[in-house]
Design a protein around this ligand. Structure first.
Ligand code: SAM
Length: 232
């Protein structure tokens, strides 16, 4: 069953305009696209596309991009942003557990952030597998259970009603196991966001050395966990 909630698309995108949001967005996108290897003309599905952050980036990189999400509010803003850029992107309202697409029709499925909101994680992954072509790529990004950010957000959740009280943080072995159980060949798992989440521009100017150190010293502890896998 999906962890249903109402989304506020304006507030969601506003966070990405904050110092912490901008830096996180850049580092997460660098990680996702370094393992995605998008080729022009590829048919890509962005599942749980939200306000279209990745759907639009896929289109900018030459993919034939479709976004799917269960929140009409998020899709409306995603569509408006794509139109403003003059990009051709299709946005579809649907549940990730029942995608309205035929078997084997996408070269790539990308999903950033959505799996943490779905209790039936493996069922969602099986549905991603169904719509991928054989040999097709899956790229998923989730909130890493092993990260200090997850601990901090859980503690904050004890005192405040935040979105993080309702998400499933996922560890690298849990993600790998879910992917294997859903029938994927896992290629790689990587993380990013090793500095502490303080939304202050001056502090974040010194974040990159921590980022480089974390990649080397604690490569599985970054707050954003991304995996690439292939449908056999
Ligand atoms: C954290 S947001 C991520 C949005 C976007 N991928 C990004 O990285 O900015 C999670 C999104 O997943 C969507 N979502 C959650 N459960 C879903 C489901 N069962 N089917 C489709 N979308 C779902 C939500 O509506 C929300 O837009």
């Amino acid at each position: 069953m999906p962890l249903t909630r109402r989304w506020n698309p304006q507030a969601y995108d506003a966070w990405y305009e904050s110092p912490l949001g901008k830096l996180s967005d850049r580092l997460e996108k660098d990680l996702i696209f370094s393992i995605a290897g998008v080729k022009g003309g590829e048919k890509a599905l962005d599942e749980g596309c939200g306000t279209g952050i990745y759907t639009i980036e896929l289109a900018r990189r030459g993919a034939v991009s479709t976004g799917v999400d269960s929140s009409k509010e998020m899709l409306d803003l995603a569509g408006a942003k794509a139109r403003k850029e003059g990009l051709t992107v299709e946005f579809v309202s649907a549940d990730a557990l029942m995608l309205p697409f035929p078997d084997g029709c996408f070269d790539m499925v990308l999903s950033a952030g959505m799996l943490c909101f779905i209790r039936e994680r493996e069922k969602a992954l099986q549905e991603m597998r169904r719509v991928l072509k054989p040999g097709g790529k899956l790229i998923v990004g989730v909130l890493n259970k092993w990260s200090p950010w997850a601990a901090f957000r859980r503690i904050k959740g004890l005192f405040k009603n935040t979105i993080y009280n309702r998400v499933d943080f996922i560890s690298p072995p849990e993600l790998e196991l879910s992917l294997v159980r859903a029938g994927f060949h896992v290629k790689e798992l990587k993380t990013c966001l090793f500095f502490f989440p303080i939304n202050c521009r001056m502090y974040l100017e010194f974040a990159m050395p921590f980022e480089r150190l974390g990649t080397i010293a604690t490569p599985r502890l970054g707050a954003f966990l991304a995996a690439s896998a292939v449908k056999p």
